[in-house]
Design a protein around this ligand. Structure first.
Ligand code: ZN
Length: 403
């Protein structure tokens, strides 16, 4: 246990905070996808920490992903620590400079402070702790610093996963989660229905086909489907929801319009026995039957999957390790967080999705920062949480791959 004591002593809180601050000062907005300056900063840092196994892999020029490996003595097991380098655009309305990295009232302020430069800094602090304590773990620690998470990760973690570059026994994706554990996610699907009518003046309404009246039938059908879907239920995620949230049609009071557009949001929990594909087929079939009943109804459907639902077991080793490390550092157990990726942040698949569905690496979405502040104006993170995360990750690493 002396090794653990040495390692925990070597967790450098000031380093973690300073690194987070410096990272916030380097804009890496996505879109358009300008992570390169952050990549260079992290590469410099890894070289300073004497990493000799660093790979760069990019799906498109100037958007490099970093894979750095801390080789273990035996290399029997591998823990993966993942963080994304991109941030969403700052936008306007800030009362602090979004890339100033101001520390005030115990918080670091700026775009990305919470999502997730605080988490990135905490990961780097793990590497530094091992170096400063001059410990070589028994197993390996793989560090991945990726691009593109904010746009679905296809050029980041998804790309590395597709190329078979990620091999590990367990992973932590250090996203802001208020130190809650999330391993499974609900799906988000956006449905656009274009209902075509036939335009005419009201006085010729008999010759027209009114798409708004037709839309009312479609809405009723979707409501009926929603009621059916509500009968399915995940014990933790609850039931699916299909909600028509946008209706657009008509320009003038005296003209029957040519078109009416509906938009519906479908939230699909994992593990309820209906996949995104089946949900799509189900909706298509219902609309088809509707058009058989009403030959004047013409409806086109655009179905876009924002995020796929997926479910991992909750009793994995990485979950247990994170739970006990959190208890040791924070004094209380980490809670569960059952969410769909679009619950708070309207986004695409998370990096946990890529790690689990493509590589079958048990992965936990867990890290410092209040997720409500991610993507917000005046984003910030409590600096104490960055230090706590560094300690939790280091302790977890020690328990996972030894020291
Ligand atoms: Zn994030």
């Amino acid at each position: 246990m002396r090794a653990l004591g040495e390692l925990l002593k070597a967790v450098d809180g000031e380093y973690a905070i300073k690194t987070a601050q410096e990272l916030v000062r380097i804009p890496s907005e996505n879109p358009p996808g300008r992570e390169k300056d952050v990549t260079e900063y992290i590469l410099r840092e890894l070289k300073r920490l004497k990493f000799d196994d660093i790979k760069i892999s990019e799906a498109e020029p100037d958007r490099p992903n970093i894979i750095a490996k801390l080789h273990g003595r035996l290399g029997t097991r591998t823990l993966l620590l993942n963080g994304h380098m991109d941030v969403v655009p700052a936008g306007s309305g800030w009362t602090v400079p979004p890339y100033g990295g101001v520390i005030r009232d115990g918080r670091l302020w700026g775009r990305g402070a919470c999502d997730m430069k605080g988490g990135l800094a905490a990961i780097l602090a793990v590497a530094k702790a091992y170096r400063d304590a001059a410990l070589q773990p028994e197993g390996n620690i793989l560090f991945t610093f990726v691009v593109d998470e904010e746009m679905g990760g296809k050029k980041g973690t998804g790309f590395l996963a597709d190329r078979g570059l990620l091999k590990a026994d367990m992973a932590i994706v250090a996203e802001p989660s208020n130190f809650r554990l999330s391993v499974s996610e609900g799906g988000v699907v956006w449905i656009k229905l274009i209902i075509h009518g036939k335009q005419a003046h009201t006085i010729n309404a008999k010759a027209a086909i009114n798409p708004i009246e037709k839309a009312s039938k479609v809405i009723q059908e979707l409501q009926r489907l929603n009621e059916k879907l509500q009968k399915l239920r995940h014990p933790k995620f609850g039931s699916p929801v299909l909600s028509v949230n946008v209706i657009r049609g008509g320009d003038k009071i005296n003209i029957v319009p040519a078109q009416c557009v509906l938009q519906a949001d479908l939230r699909l929990p994992p593990g309820i026995g209906i996949s995104v594909k089946e949900a799509q087929a189900y909706i298509e079939q219902s609309l088809k039957e509707l058009t058989i009943q009403d030959s004047l109804l013409r409806v086109e459907m655009e179905f876009s999957v924002v995020a796929y639902p997926f479910e991992q077991p909750e009793d994995t080793q990485i979950v247990e390790l994170l739970k006990s490390a959190t208890k040791a550092v924070l004094g209380h157990e980490a809670e569960w967080w059952h969410r769909d990726t679009g619950a708070i942040l309207p986004k695409e698949d998370s990096d946990v999705f890529h790690l689990w569905t493509k590589c079958r690496i048990p992965s936990v979405y867990f890290g410092p920062g209040e997720v409500e502040l991610a993507h917000a104006v005046d984003e910030s993170i409590r600096i104490e949480e960055i230090v706590q995360a560094a300690k939790i990750f280091t302790l977890t690493a020690f328990m996972a791959v030894g020291g």
